[in-house]
Design a protein around this ligand. Structure first.
Ligand code: LMR
Length: 326
């Protein structure tokens, strides 16, 4: 059986344990509504409620209103929330494999990441947390990450000794340690205040998050490094998923696939829009790297791959590298 067929069997045709309609899917996330993830979640709600009226209701909680990124997955396993779309960087507690997405300078752009995600190996990763009670229902894009800071950080030596907030990922920790910076793992909801109070010097994020959470208003310098990927995994619990009758599960999955496609279109549009909004605001200065400056970042951060190749698997890394070829 081909991997995609096998996954479809697990995702759609598992046995029903129990079900009593109407049900509510609580969808929790940490970003603003005017972001790719915020828009995807609202589209998902619209499609599911239109197609399963009176049977399935979706409540979307943005801006970490219900759970923060540090608590949502545990809450999901306990059944307190049914869906979330954490960034792939926040899943290391549940699998080593998804750490691949954090390797610096791995994917040249979102299209390469998408080719990898759609490949058989990428699809197989959706099931990599199954033994921990979680399944991935699909990938969603946000964008490539940029570096923001209090002072200009143009070449790796500028990062030395500076405190950067990171997501909960050992790869991201190693990435900042590789340039002698001080990484601090902190929830997304705390980032603005940490920056505003200068408890930290900088952070890495996409144009969409930098704009929608107003990080640029408290970070005078942004370097357009595109050094890593910030994408998401839409996650649910195995237990919840298996409780849904097969025909409804199919409708929910189809609605999610369509919502993801919609969210991915927004990701491309918001990346350009929010970069321009920040540039036009004149509040922070955007620095674009020369080829040789970029090369310095690549040379400094690339050794991180070796550190994690055993955990992630060199076959997987090679497959991701291949996805850069069109
Ligand atoms: C972050 O923590 O910086 C991001 O994962 C937030 C998000 O969900 O986009």
């Amino acid at each position: 059986m081909k991997i995609k067929t096998l996954l479809a069997a697990v995702l759609l045709a598992a046995p029903i344990l129990s079900w009593s309609a109407p049900i509510t899917i609580k969808f929790s996330h940490v970003v603003a509504e005017n972001t790719p993830k915020g828009q995807m979640a609202l589209k998902f709600k619209e499609l599911v409620e239109e197609r399963l009226p009176g049977q399935v209701h979706v409540d979307v909680y943005p801006n970490a209103q219900l759970f923060g990124d540090d608590t949502v997955l545990q809450a999901m396993i306990l059944g307190d929330v049914q869906m979330a779309a954490p960034s792939l960087s926040k899943l290391q507690k549940y699998t080593d494999k998804l750490q691949i997405f954090d390797l610096p300078f791995l994917f040249k752009d979102l299209a390469a990441a998408e080719r990898f995600q759609k490949s058989d190996v990428g699809q197989k990763l959706l099931m990599s947390m199954r033994n921990k009670g979680l399944i991935g229902l699909g990938y969603l894009h946000n964008g490539m990450k940029q570096l923001t800071a209090n002072d200009p950080v143009i070449i790796p030596s500028d990062a030395k000794g500076k405190k950067f907030r990171i997501m909960t990922s050992d790869v991201l920790q190693a990435q900042f340690e590789a340039v002698n910076a001080m990484p601090l793992k902190k929830p997304f909801a705390e980032v603005f205040t940490l920056l505003q109070t200068k408890a930290i010097d900088g952070q890495e994020n996409t144009w969409s998050n930098i704009y929608s959470k107003k990080f640029y208003e408290v970070q005078p310098y942004i370097t357009e490094t595109n050094h890593g990927l910030l994408d998401y995994l839409v996650v649910t619990s195995v237990e919840f998923w298996l409780e849904i009758p097969e025909e409804n599960r199919g409708v929910i999955k189809k609605s999610l696939d369509e919502a993801i496609e919609y969210g991915n279109e927004k990701a491309l549009a918001f990346d350009l829009r929010d970069r321009k909004l920040i540039a036009d605001s004149g509040v922070s200065t955007i620095y674009t790297l020369t080829d040789s400056q970029r090369e310095e970042w690549v040379n400094a951060m690339r050794p991180v791959w070796n550190k994690f190749s055993n955990k992630i698997g060199s076959d997987l890394i090679n497959a991701a590298v291949q996805s850069n070829e069109e």
